[in-house]
Design a protein around this ligand. Structure first.
Ligand code: SF4
Length: 110
């Protein structure tokens, strides 16, 4: 291996690392932040106004509830497909239950 090849390889590796390291740190920080969101309290005024429940089946008597609807399949859910907790666009700063439901449930777009 020539010294110019080694130097070029070192510079390329350093450049990739200089870009990848901050990006990775930001992604990790974003994940950590998302995991730190507190669970939506059931006595939160908006949660109460929208009849939020942590277990969708508990909403069975609600006029808007349809069996099978829950946060996982709601358009406002921003968590992972099978996450126990995750962010919801209607409750910024909190996590809602993936198996939960509220009267603002909307079908996923697309
Ligand atoms: Fe769950 Fe959708 Fe209500 Fe958010 S808007 S709490 S994701 S049902």
């Amino acid at each position: 291996m020539s010294s110019s090849f080694s130097r070029r390889r070192f510079i390329t590796t350093a450049a990739v690392g200089a870009v990848a390291l901050p990006l990775g740190a930001r992604l990790f920080a974003g994940t950590a932040h998302a995991q730190e969101l507190p669970k939506l309290p059931l006595d939160n005024p908006q949660a109460r106004a929208l009849n939020y429940v942590e277990d969708a089946t508990a909403a069975a008597g609600h006029a808007k509830y349809v069996a099978g609807h829950n946060c996982h399949n709601c358009n406002f859910w921003k968590g992972t497909a099978d996450g126990a907790q995750g962010p919801c666009l209607l409750f910024p700063g909190h996590h809602v239950a993936g198996a939960g439901w509220c009267s603002a449930w909307a079908a996923k777009a697309g």
